[in-house]
Unconditional design. Structure first.
Length: 651
């Protein structure tokens, strides 16, 4: 709804080139970007003046004097006071838009802290508001009551608070920090709240469900042990009604239980008693969730949820303890429908993703350093480490995640990002470390040797000293030379760490995904990843884990040796110079020409359809380079120590 209001303020179809000053990051959501694209405009975020100069000279200036070339309009969006050269300004009609224009009766200081999804929810109720101007606290109360349905004056007990937050977090909503602080101030003085981790559970769903998981384990323990203290009343109807879905959707993990006789029937969805049956049920639930969700896609976020449920099914379908008892024919049918539906959506919508905001989380992998920098500034943090696990798909991540959560130490704030297509290391990983779309690094497109240079350039442009920015790659066992010195260096502020073990596993894996999953588990048991995470945490780094692309099990449809940047694991794509013919490859194989949004225009990108690859006929192999959901959607995770957080958050 708010998108339509913003749209009316833009001179679309009146000016081809618009310089939009958007200090409140309003023109950054999926809805408004999609609407703008529908008018034939591309939204470009003006972040790096040098990079935009390259784009401008190559794609804008040379066309402006040729009236019969329809290359679409451009909205150049500035979110902060960045210098724009005069000659570029002259090409654009400059306008500005602000939250004050949309919500004149609400506090600007409060609205400034809201993300685009919450702003849309606020507008739905504000559009009917006819009252007086509201101050800061009144605006917060208005949002709490009308958007989140939270009424602080009706929260009298700790149980009331838990029920209220469970309702909010289950709907995947988050309370902005300004609202968290307001709510915390109101609740702190209430009797019975003195020893409770208020700050923790109010600060976000990851912390809340981490706490709820601990409480659930104590609840199950209470049936066999005495004197177990439990702060959450799981028997209360308002909490119990959520429990089945919390376990079904992975927000809580079932815990082992040796006997079920004493447990109430409703609690049995939260225990592991018959592991074999539980896996089969989880598998069927995941497949059903994927099939149902494909029919109701409204946003890129829907694909992220589907990708995770599909990854869960992949993990179980490759579990040797249960694999032979699963309906794999139904699995393959669902897989084919999934890949074709996702490809169809990508062809229509992938081009708008690069323009979306990175404030909440990085929608695309090149947003990652921008997001980290934003979070560092907002939280006044000085040190951050990015761990890129090369080639890690979501099913691989689920194995890593389960291993980390077994220690009960780590809290994982989990999001999902879209890799660059073609999903090749030299394209998508360069995008991560440069913070740029691939068209901006065309000269180094087929190499990863410039990652360190890109990484240092990005952070130096943000004001960091070169000797405080570190980069290391080819990490496999976490005992490689230089890693320990880097993490413990007093000068280090920014770390970029490339872990190559999973990508190396892709090469020559004879047992395919089943063998690969087993190898990942064995690798994790060596404890190297946890040692690194502990070292980083103890040395004050905010830690992020991501991947440049995923992988898929594919079937060979014949070898094609031609093309640039060819390697075995990237066998789902062939890249041709514009002067080279590619038509025969499309005619002789199941493949299509990718539209190439954001890629260097000097090349054509030919990608295999469905789950096919360029390899020996009928050969099965693990690879990447294509548009499958397994290759494109990757994890982006902010990881923190749980124990120390709770220890410091008691009020």
């Amino acid at each position: 709804m708010i998108g339509n209001v913003i749209l009316k303020k833009l001179p679309l179809n009146q000016q081809k080139y618009i310089l939009l000053r958007d200090p409140d990051d309003m023109v950054s959501g999926e809805e408004i970007i999609s609407l703008i694209n529908g008018f034939g405009y591309t939204v470009l975020n003006y972040e790096d003046p040098d990079m935009f100069r390259y784009y401008f000279e190559k794609n804008v200036r040379k066309y402006t004097d040729i009236e019969d070339i329809d290359n679409g309009g451009i909205i150049l969006r500035l979110t902060h006071c960045t210098y724009v050269p005069y000659d570029i300004q002259c090409f654009f009609e400059e306008i500005a838009i602000s939250l004050r224009d949309i919500f004149p009766k609400l506090s600007y200081a409060v609205l400034k802290e809201m993300d685009e999804i919450i702003l849309d929810d606020i507008y739905k109720v504000y559009s009917k508001y006819e009252g007086r101007d509201l101050n800061e606290s009144e605006t917060i109360d208005y949002i709490l009551n009308n958007v989140f349905e939270i009424f602080p004056d009706y929260i009298h007990t700790y149980g009331d608070l838990v029920k209220t937050l469970l309702k909010i977090y289950y709907r995947r909503k988050e309370l902005p920090e300004i609202i968290q602080n307001y709510l915390l101030l109101k609740l702190t003085a209430l009797p019975g709240f003195e020893e409770k981790p208020l700050k923790s559970i109010i600060s976000g769903k990851e912390y809340f469900f981490h706490y709820l998981q601990q409480q659930w384990e104590q609840y199950i323990e209470s049936f066999s042990e005495t004197d177990v203290k439990i702060d959450v009343d799981f028997n209360h109807a308002d909490i119990r009604v959520y429990m089945d879905n919390l376990f079904l959707e992975g927000l809580l993990m079932p815990v082992p239980c040796s006997t079920i006789e004493k447990l109430p029937q409703w609690a049995r969805s939260g225990i592991i008693y018959d592991e074999f049956s539980e896996k089969k049920k989880s598998y069927q639930d995941a497949l059903e969730a994927v099939r149902n969700s494909i029919q109701n896609i409204r946003s890129f976020r829907d694909w992220s949820n589907i990708a995770y449920r599909w990854a869960e099914a992949l993990v179980i379908s490759n579990d040797i303890s249960v694999k032979k008892d699963l309906d794999l024919a139904e699995f393959e049918k669902t897989a084919l429908n999934l890949e074709r539906s996702f490809k169809e959506w990508l062809l229509k919508n992938y081009g708008l993703l690069a323009s979306l905001s990175y404030v909440g989380f990085p929608v695309m992998v090149h947003h990652i350093p921008w997001h980290i920098h934003y979070k560092m500034r907002k939280a006044n943090v000085e040190k951050a480490a990015l761990i890129v696990i090369d080639g890690m798909s979501l099913d691989n991540w689920i194995i890593v995640k389960k291993h980390l959560l077994e220690s009960r130490v780590w809290i994982l704030e989990e999001h999902f990002s879209f890799a660059w297509i073609p999903t090749m290391t030299y394209i998508s990983r360069q995008a991560i470390f440069s913070g740029q779309i691939p068209a901006y690094f065309a000269d180094t497109l087929f190499s990863t040797d410039n990652d360190e240079k890109h990484w240092k350039r990005f952070w130096m442009n943000r004001g960091f000293r070169e000797d405080s920015i570190y980069y290391i790659r080819n990490i496999k066992y976490f005992n490689e030379a230089g890693l320990d010195e880097m993490t413990k260096s007093p000068n280090a502020k920014i770390l970029g760490i490339v872990v190559n073990m999973i990508d190396d596993m892709l090469h020559g894996e004879q047992l395919l995904l089943t063998g690969m999953h087993q190898n990942i588990k064995l690798w994790l048991k060596e404890g190297g990843l946890e040692r690194l995470l502990n070292d980083l945490s103890e040395n004050g780094f905010e830690i992020y884990i991501t991947s440049d692309h995923g992988n898929i099990m594919a079937i060979g449809q014949g070898n094609v040796k031609e093309g640039l940047g060819v390697d075995k694991t990237g066998s789902r794509v062939r890249i041709y110079e514009k002067s080279k013919s590619y038509e025969n490859v499309i005619l002789s194989s199941k493949a299509f020409k990718w539209k190439g949004f954001g890629l260097p225009p000097e090349y054509n990108y030919i990608i295999c359809d469905d789950n096919y690859a360029y390899g020996n006929n009928s050969e099965k192999l693990i690879c990447h380079g294509g548009t499958s959901i397994e290759e494109v959607i990757v994890p982006f995770v902010h990881i923190r120590k749980g124990e120390s957080y709770y220890a410091n958050s008691r009020i």
